[in-house]
Design a binder for this molecule. Structure first.
Ligand SMILES: *[C@@H]1O[C@H](CO)[C@@H](O)[C@H](O)[C@H]1NC(C)=O
Length: 529
């Protein structure tokens, strides 16, 4: 009897357990999706953006596969990694040329072809990627961190899933063609240029020319490289362009608190600032260092792609001299030893920038003006001294200067006096701090946190099977139709035709009158004779 009750209990327990298991499977089926996140560019800023999104999706019970060049050493729940590590050494070689200036439109496009072609082919050739392609049948959505890797859209096509682009930059001429997003050259400056949204006639002319030139170079020089890779690695009748112009959603790393107020199609969602994690506690020695800085601390970092150790000796000396004259401490991300550094300068090989910049004793941030660094400065309300070098850094700093919370010190002209003057101004004139805090308030005043907004829209695309209703009809037009050039040409032709008719008619009438007059005269003359 006792034994019978025992086995009955066991049976009931097992039934309950299987019911629970069944319910949880059901629950997961409803709520969690299979998501592939691809980040192919070995650069920490790019990786940071993709990782933040992948991790958040995994935390929210989605099954995430994350293809990236810097796989984690620890296991993360719901997150499987596909390593693209083999690209790293090749790109590191490439990065050594970053300080070499000046960049021209041609050298930029050439770099894009080589860097983009190289990293994309590394990814497509990668054995881990090949394995994934044979192992998996489908994903609910593929999120591509879009940076010189358009051919990787073939992976989304292969898995028959909608594609979302995560843009490491604001919308601009560089991406707008994918969405038919309006981008008038009259007030949307080239991202790689130095203009702000307010341009005079000559700047607008230059912006117009460089934007259109850029379009031509992309179409006839850059994209052919990607099209070729696509055709080589994906056996399909579909063209890369069919996929390029069929993207469901674009998430941009921008926000009007930092970037310009410009038009956006409804499938463009601005999530600038989403990469910022809740502050973590600092290592104790760093915490003490910051807490005990009664005069404040200047944070100095030029990001992860550029290396402070690669600055020329002359520039390094100018920087150190100018630091030696201020009362503040300076925390400098510097990759080697720096024995000649003055007492108030602390060198760190690596530093937790996001957590340091939020410390109340940080008085200013000297930065290369990368978008993430600029965003973090605005998020925490810290004024900027910008030393932009390449890419979008110049236009980021130009915007920050025009919004009144930054001073630019161009690297090519950097001297001790110039940096000292900038430091003096940023530390002693209150408007820089006030302006950046105003921007910070704007950034925090949003209906949803940027990361929640990103997740909402990704799940929206999954729920609505690619959300094709958001796609702009502008994508179905040729460029001259979209820009109304055919219509304007037609109107000009009409006006020209009407003017011609009027001209000919008038000419005929006048001639007739003249000849009538002449004959009248003749008649009169005859009469007098
Ligand atoms: C374009 O995307 C939609 C979903 O948004 C999908 O149904 C369709 O098959 C895609 N077309 C191509 C050519 O991939």
């Amino acid at each position: 009897m006792v034994a019978a009750t025992g086995s009955f209990r066991l049976l009931v327990t097992m039934m309950l357990l299987s019911l629970l298991l069944f319910l949880s499977v059901l629950h997961n089926n409803v709520r969690s999706s299979k998501i592939l996140v691809i980040s192919s560019m070995p650069a920490h800023s790019h990786y940071t953006l993709a990782f933040r999104l992948a991790k958040e999706l995994a935390d929210r019970e989605h099954h995430v596969t994350f293809m990236n060049p810097y796989p984690q050493k620890t296991v993360i729940k719901n997150l499987r990694e596909v390593s693209l590590e083999d690209t790293v050494p090749w790109v590191n070689e490439f990065k050594k040329t970053l300080f070499i200036s000046p960049k021209t439109l041609f050298s930029n496009i050439q770099e894009s072809c080589v860097l983009g072609g190289g990293t994309t082919e590394y990814a497509l050739n990668n054995t881990n990627v090949q394995k994934l392609l044979t192992l998996e049948k489908m994903f609910d959505v593929v999120i591509l961190e879009h940076f010189l890797n358009e051919a990787l859209l073939g992976i989304a096509h292969y898995f028959n899933s909608p594609a979302i682009l995560l843009e490491p930059i604001p919308t601009s001429k560089k991406t707008n063609y994918l969405f038919a997003n309006p981008s008038p050259s009259s007030y949307v400056p080239d991202l790689l240029g130095t203009f702000t949204k307010h341009m005079n006639f000559w700047q607008r002319l230059q912006n117009f020319i460089s934007n259109n030139f850029d379009d031509v170079l992309r179409e006839f020089v850059y994209l052919p490289v990607q099209r070729k890779l696509f055709n080589k690695y994906f056996k399909t009748d579909i063209h890369l362009d069919d996929l390029l112009y069929n993207i469901s959603l674009i998430l941009t790393t921008s926000h009007p608190s930092i970037n310009d107020a410009i038009p956006h199609t409804p499938n463009t969602v601005e999530i600038g600032g989403y990469h910022i994690f809740l502050p973590k506690t600092l290592p104790q020695d760093l915490q003490n260092y910051l807490d005990n800085a009664s005069e404040g601390v200047i944070l100095f970092s030029i990001g992860s792609n550029l290396k402070s150790k690669d600055l020329t000796l002359k520039v390094r000396k100018a920087i150190l001299n100018s630091f030696s004259k201020i009362n503040q401490k300076v925390l400098w991300k510097f990759e080697t030893d720096l024995p000649e550094a003055p007492k108030n300068v602390k060198i760190m090989n690596w530093l937790p920038q996001q957590d340091i910049i939020g410390h109340p004793n940080i008085r200013a941030f000297i930065t290369h003006g990368g978008l993430l660094s600029t965003t973090e400065a605005v998020y925490y309300g810290v004024p900027i001294i910008g030393i932009p070098v390449f890419g979008d850094q110049k236009s980021n700093i130009a915007a920050a200067v025009s919004n009144g919370y930054a001073i630019e010190v161009p690297l090519a002209k950097l001297t001790e006096e110039m940096l000292s003057e900038a430091l003096n101004e940023i530390l002693n004139i209150p408007k820089y701090k006030e302006n950046v805090q105003k921007r910070s308030k704007l950034m925090h005043d949003q209906p949803l946190k940027p990361i929640d907004l990103a997740i909402y829209w990704i799940e929206y695309v999954i729920r609505h099977k690619g959300a094709p209703h958001l796609r702009s009809a502008g994508l179905d037009l040729k460029w001259y139709q979209r820009e109304m050039i055919d219509v304007i040409a037609f109107l000009i032709a009409c006006v020209a035709a009407i003017l011609t008719v009027v001209y000919i008619t008038i000419k005929k009438v006048i001639c007739k009158r003249k000849s009538v007059k002449k004959t009248n005269k003749l008649k009169k003359n005859k009469l007098t004779f």
